[in-house]
Ligand binder design. Structure first.
Ligand SMILES: Cc1cc2nc3c(=O)[nH]c(=O)nc-3n(C[C@H](O)[C@H](O)[C@H](O)COP(=O)(O)O)c2cc1C
Length: 186
């Protein structure tokens, strides 16, 4: 099963349009539209509750449902536009909710993270108004996924320069859509 994480705020999101082409290739999926999910960033109450549940070994608690869903997915697709050199904050809030030690990751005896996630592939789909800087969005997600969650392959699917005058946004997007087909037809 593919888990699709939609972090696209705009109704006519170009990032979502690109992601849908990929999803068509991956088949059945479970979709989370993060702006409609009951997600809260970790505050003092949330942290205390999380601590209590972890100390009691209650990994099946409702609070950890997103973490369990993430850990059990076969493929993961994240669609997130490039915002302020990174991605929309709702995605960081989601990460605070899924990063649960004992579900998505554990620590080895020498203190190193060991991933517990089932997924072989994570696709990060993004579009940018100008040039895409991969350091604070894609690279962060990639490091988290490979080094902490144990997801073997992380791929970037992107379309950039979409808001720059003189650039043909529709053609750039179409080229990105074609690049998705190439991944599967190769
Ligand atoms: C809040 C906000 C922040 C943005 N920040 C950047 C940015 O830092 N760099 C950039 O190149 N484009 C930036 N953009 C432009 C978007 O990346 C671009 O329009 C993108 O294609 C939007 O994706 P969407 O069509 O899926 O909403 C920003 C747009 C918004 C609304």
């Amino acid at each position: 099963m593919t888990l699709y994480i939609d972090c696209c705020a705009r109704e006519n999101s170009r990032t979502r349009r690109l992601a849908k082409v990929l999803l068509d290739r991956l088949g059945e999926c479970e979709e989370l539209y993060l702006y409609k999910e009951d997600l809260h960033h970790l505050d003092s109450c949330g942290l205390a509750e999380r601590e209590r549940l972890l100390q009691n070994g209650e990994l099946n608690a409702p609070r950890f449902k997103y973490a369990r869903q993430w850990a059990g997915a076969d493929n993961i697709v994240i669609a997130a536009p490039f915002w302020d050199l990174s991605f929309p904050s709702v995605l960081k809030t989601y990460i605070e909710n899924i990063y649960v030690t004992g579900i998505v990751s554990r620590y080895s005896e020498d203190g190193r993270p060991v991933g517990l996630c089932k997924a072989n592939r994570l696709f990060f789909v993004t579009t940018a108004g100008g040039p895409l800087d991969e350091r604070y969005g894609y690279e962060y997600i990639k490091t988290l996924a490979t080094d902490y969650f144990g997801i073997k392959k992380v791929m970037l699917i992107k379309a950039e320069m979409l808001d720059v005058i003189g650039f043909d946004a529709e053609k750039i997007l179409q080229d990105a859509i074609n690049s998705v087909s190439k991944i599967f037809d190769a």
